[in-house]
Ligand binder design. Structure first.
Ligand SMILES: Nc1ncnc2c1ncn2[C@@H]1O[C@H](COP(=O)(O)OP(=O)(O)O)[C@@H](O)[C@H]1O
Ligand SMILES: [Mg+2]
Length: 340
């Protein structure tokens, strides 16, 4: 399955009633999910949502307090070794290996797993992650993005059925992030299933076939990106700044298509299920009151609107300002900052 939205394959991971407590904190609070073979499955949520804990329980690295997990038909509690053989986990390239080249590291891992470590196979794995020309470069001379991709290659050495990536693009610049997205697609197109976590909504929307949205240890929505966006009654957000007066909240709510209004001084934002009608209505209302609209913008609904609708909160922590994927998100971030 290489196309988004095509019929799902067979279930490859089944998680039911998963719970993990740390003292009084329930970090994972009754998670159910099914991952199908051949998909890129994303677990999306803010920091602390329980993504890593969920992932590590599926990998068999942490013990759940309750619930069942099967991976490729193996129970993660009683058949841990079979699970380990079936999965690939992205490893952090550690200082220990810094003096080894990319090719030497892959050979070392292949030998550890007892799988084919021939130069041809090493080249194939390096090619998968776009590092063939770096085969003889020392790991510590690679960029952050290249090191991440090398660590994915190491996770692929045993030809895993499922590959797990925990926040693979955190800390990468936009160009490196895009290269990593391509690597993930290549891994999926070669037949592996990919499960990744992210706190970047745009990344989940662009990269994942299906997404489980997590918040406070629970899966609050699970669908394709399109399905998630269609599940909320909002198609678009229209925003503008008003000059020479302001329109009243009540008046804005009467504009056709308007689902929600937020007013902040001279700044207005309308959420609409019919952006064209809403835009026309807004322009008419402004003209009636001789109000000038500046910075008029319309944005299609995104996963951000899904999260906002489901939780009443917006998503990214402010401290992430330097770590956003691209200009669009930066702009949204500053809009939110200004509105807050
Ligand atoms: N080993 C641990 N001991 C105590 N609390 C933990 C531990 N690991 C995670 N937590 C807490 O569990 C919650 C979920 O953490 P985590 O799964 O790392 O979330 P995420 O990966 O979504 O950021 C957080 O509140 C975190 O502080
Ligand atoms: Mg995490």
């Amino acid at each position: 399955m290489s196309e988004r939205g095509s019929a799902p394959g067979t279930p490859i991971i089944e998680v039911r009633g998963l719970i993990k407590r740390y003292g009084t904190l329930t970090a994972v609070d009754g998670v159910d999910l099914t991952v199908y073979s051949g998909e890129v499955f994303g677990i999306l949520g803010p920091n602390g949502a329980g993504k890593t804990t969920t992932l590590e329980m599926i990998e068999g690295l942490r013990q759940p307090d309750a619930g069942t997990i099967t991976v490729a038909g193996y129970d993660t509690r009683s058949q841990t070794e079979d699970v380990r053989r079936a999965i690939g986990v992205q490893l952090q390239t550690t200082a220990l290996f810094d003096y080894l080249s990319a090719a030497e590291l892959i050979k070392l891992f292949a030998d550890l797993y007892g799988v084919d470590s021939s130069p041809a196979r090493i080249d194939h794995l390096l090619g998968m992650v776009g590092l063939r020309e770096k085969r003889d470069a020392a790991a510590n001379q690679l960029s952050g993005g290249q090191q991440q991709r090398l660590s994915i290659a190491l996770g692929l050495v045993n030809d895993p059925i499922v590959v797990f990536l925990d926040e693979p693009t955190t800390g990468l610049d936009p160009a490196a992030r895009r290269e990593l997205w391509q690597t993930v697609r290549d891994v999926r197109n070669q037949g592996s299933t990919v499960v990744l976590t992210t706190h970047y909504m745009e990344e989940a929307e662009i990269l994942c076939d299906r997404i489980a949205v997590m918040d406070h240890g629970r899966v609050i929505a699970l669908d394709t990106p399109v399905g998630l966006i269609e599940s909320i009654d909002v198609e678009a957000t229209i925003s503008a700044r008003m000059r020479n007066g302001t329109l009243a909240d009540r008046e804005l709510r009467e504009i056709p298509g308007t689902q929600d209004v937020s007013l902040n001084g001279d700044q207005l934002e309308l959420r609409s299920d019919n952006p064209q009608l809403t835009l026309i209505g807004l322009l008419e209302a402004a003209r009636t009151h001789s109000i000038e609209l500046t910075e008029l913008r319309s944005n299609q609904a995104s996963l951000e609107d899904v999260f906002l609708t489901l939780t009443g909160r917006s998503f990214e922590p402010l401290s992430d300002a330097t770590d956003l994927p691209d200009e669009t998100e930066k702009r949204r971030f500053w809009q939110r900052r200004k509105a807050a």
